[in-house]
Each structure stands twice: as C-alpha cells, then as structure tokens.
Design a protein around this ligand. Sequence first.
Ligand code: GTP
Ligand code: MG
Length: 212
Amino acid sequence: MTDEAPDTEEVARKLFSGPIAFLKSAPGLQFLPDAEVEEIAFAGRSNVGKSSLLNKLTNRRDLARTSNTPGRTQELNFFDVGQPLRFRLVDMPGYGFAKAPKDVARKWRYLVNDYLRGRQALKRALVLIDSRHGIKDIDLEVMKMLDDAAVSYHLVLTKADKIKASELQAVEAKTAEEARKHPAAHPQIITTSSETGLGIDQLRKAVIEAIG
Ligand code: GTP
Ligand code: MG
C-alpha cells in the first residue's frame, strides 16, 4: 500500500541520517536547556561505551567525545535531533568511577541522579551494561532509583564484540531475567556493539518508539 504510514525503521533511518547537532553542555542542573522536546538519556558506568553508542546511533564519528580513559564525559551533553527539532539525546557522565577524586565523583553522581529522577522531559533512559561484566551493584542502585521515580528505561548490553557468543548468550539471559524484576525496565534488552554495528537498528527503533 502506498498510503501507509512509513514504518518505524524508515522513520528511524531518516531521522538518524538527517540533521543532528550538539546543543550544549550542562555542568549543573541550572544549565539544562528549556525542555522543549522529549529527551532520551545514555546512562551507565564509566567507560561502558555511552558516548561511542551515541555516535554509532547517529552514524557520526565524533559527535560525542570518547576515550580509553574512564571519566571522559563530565557534563550532561545535549544533542538536537531533527530539523524541525524532534527530540534530544543526552550523553551523561558515567557512575562508579573509583579513581575520580571523591568530590568530583559526588558532583557527577548528584548531577546524573537529579537529572534522571527529576527531568520531566526525560522520556526514557538507556542504561548501558558492559557485556563482559554484566549488571553490577551500582547499576542495580540506578535501576532501583529509576523504578522508584517511575522513569522508564531500557537495558542495553554494550561491547558485544568483546566476548564469545556463548558468554554473550549467558549474560543476555541473566540481564533479561533481572530486567523482568524491575517495574520500570523494558522487558526486552538490546545487545549492541559500537564496533560492529550489532543491535544499532534495534536501538534506533526503540528510541523512535519511545518518542512515539
Ligand atoms: P565515560 O564518558 O568516561 O563515562 O565513558 P563512556 O561510557 O562514554 O565510554 P566511551 O564511549 O568513551 O568508550 C570507552 C572505551 O570503550 C573507548 O575506548 C571506546 O572505543 C571503547 N568502546 C566503546 N564501545 C565499544 C564497543 O562496542 N566495542 C569495543 N570493542 N570497544 C568499545
Ligand atoms: Mg562518555
């Protein structure tokens, strides 16, 4: 049928290959942009691959800065998607970075937690989990906080290229089992690799579906 609404995949392809631009960095809550559109935020432990996944999702190499060294992203970074503006992607500092100075780690934690708990415009959080490590206590704390605040989130396994298929299956099963215990978690988990592109189409679809 020719008069059918374009399917999600087509919408996703168009949006993510169209205009996307860095808007601003917010080092504190008072610097957040006006909440004109809904937001999708990348959360997860330091070095889990948040900025890399944002780049892969948007098919751009250096939109968000990445690094081998944990603690690269230090502020909330907002990216405008679509022209006219459709929604925003938010790259965040990581949590659980043991080597950061205590006051710095505390500042990031408050910034990320306050944003996640209190941001009306936040439509969905993507909680990234390193496939090699699985869900850690600190991830559970964040998941519990999101459950309590009724913020819907999607668990996303990262760096799937780094482990064997059999190990990946096991971590997928375990992660999905944990997701089912959490009221605000999407029941389906998404396995990705920013290296190979695995799961990126699925993630794009999930973002578009969340935005609606
Ligand atoms: P912080 O901003 O410090 O919290 O880190 P982050 O979560 O944004 O991680 P980032 O995207 O900077 O990636 C950290 C490191 O992991 C970089 O060296 C990336 O190249 C690497 N990396 C990220 N995703 C993947 C992946 O899917 N596969 C592989 N092999 N490496 C990855
Ligand atoms: Mg980062």
